[in-house]
Design a protein around this ligand. Structure first.
Ligand SMILES: O=C(O)C(=O)C[C@]1(C(=O)O)C=C[C@@H](O)C=C1
Length: 306
């Protein structure tokens, strides 16, 4: 089993990959960007990819979702949620730092610190926190924002610890493969979708949400991204609690298929989160679905209505 992940070695993504049960004993290959990782999976050069998808402070990692919905289909089969803390790493004291680099998501999560402590530093974007650290070592920038373990591995002194604007920030990473059946339901699963609605239809988004609401399915993320076809054309990314194998999810998906311009299924997988699924409202439990299905089957077989 070979995994490609957002590298170079020392990224948060690598740290998260070490926590993924499916990656135990696997070969792991760092790549320069999420696009490289997902393309390597599509081309069959590796068995799986591992990339950041969402941050509790900054929201969706747009490069990842845009790449997941363009090109040949890929599916998510697992996730890891990793708490993230940031340091300012540099051989120079803060007063002498003129340039600072990091991944855009990391920079966004320390923007308060940078504004307060390094207001005059020029900020540069890097492909990852570990790439930024390497570029500091190479002398291209004075400082970087990265994980404490990245600074240590790069041999860079830490000038300030815990510089994140939120002390409880966490990032969600996903295990992506070429299309395959989902892992067995775990009892706490997420199903991810990209939904394209008819942009001229009044209430089209409400109709999408209704498919979930009337079946007691909770959404944990809804995000819109431009489709690139022009102003006003958006796709919606949804994370729904539940599994493709659930009766309620099956009904919601077939409903979406009927009313949406397009639906891209992005996978059903166990949730790496302490939150338990929200209990469905009355009449919408799994038992209620099974009971109603059995009732219909009995009617169709000529049983007495009850
Ligand atoms: O640059 C890294 O180390 C990454 O793994 C990427 C990434 C991200 O895309 O959000 C991961 C976690 C942090 O939120 C900051 C950067």
């Amino acid at each position: 089993m070979e995994f490609a992940y957002l590298g170079p070695r020392g990224t948060f993504t690598e740290a998260a990959l070490r926590r993924l049960p499916a990656a135990k004993g696997a070969t792991t290959t760092p790549m320069a960007s999420q696009v490289d990782v997902l393309e390597a999976v599509r081309r069959g050069e590796v068995d799986a990819g591992f990339v950041p998808l969402e941050n509790s402070q900054e929201g969706t990692v747009t490069v990842t979702v845009d790449e997941l919905v363009s090109g040949d289909p890929l599916v998510i089969v697992g996730e890891v949620v990793l708490p993230v803390t940031f340091v300012l790493a540099s051989a120079k004291a803060p007063g002498r730092i003129a340039t600072v680099a990091s991944h855009p998501h990391a920079l966004a999560q320390v923007s308060g610190y940078l504004r307060r402590e390094l207001p005059d530093a020029v900020v540069h974007q890097a492909l990852s926190t570990a790439q930024a650290a390497q570029r500091v070592v190479d002398g291209e920038f004075d400082a970087c924002v990265c994980a404490p373990f990245t600074a240590e591995a790069a041999g860079l002194p830490v000038q300030a610890f815990d510089i994140g604007d939120s002390s409880s920030a966490e990032t969600r990473f996903v295990h992506v493969v070429r299309p395959t059946a989902p892992p067995e339901p775990s009892g706490n699963d997420i199903t991810s979708l990209a939904v394209y609605i008819d942009h001229d239809r009044v209430g089209a988004l409400l109709a999408v949400l209704t498919e979930f609401a009337i079946r007691g399915i909770n959404l944990t993320r809804i995000e819109s991204r431009p489709t690139g076809e022009g102003l006003g054309r958006y796709a919606f990314f949804l994370d729904c609690t539940g599994h493709l194998a659930d009766a309620r999810m099956g009904e919601a998906l077939t409903g979406l298929r009927r009313i949406c311009a397009d639906v891209r299924y992005l996978g059903s997988y166990p949730r790496d989160h302490s939150d338990r699924p929200v209990a469905p409202p009355e009449g919408l439990s799994d038992g209620d679905f099974a009971d109603a299905t059995a009732w219909l089957a009995a009617l169709r077989e000529g049983g007495a209505p009850n």
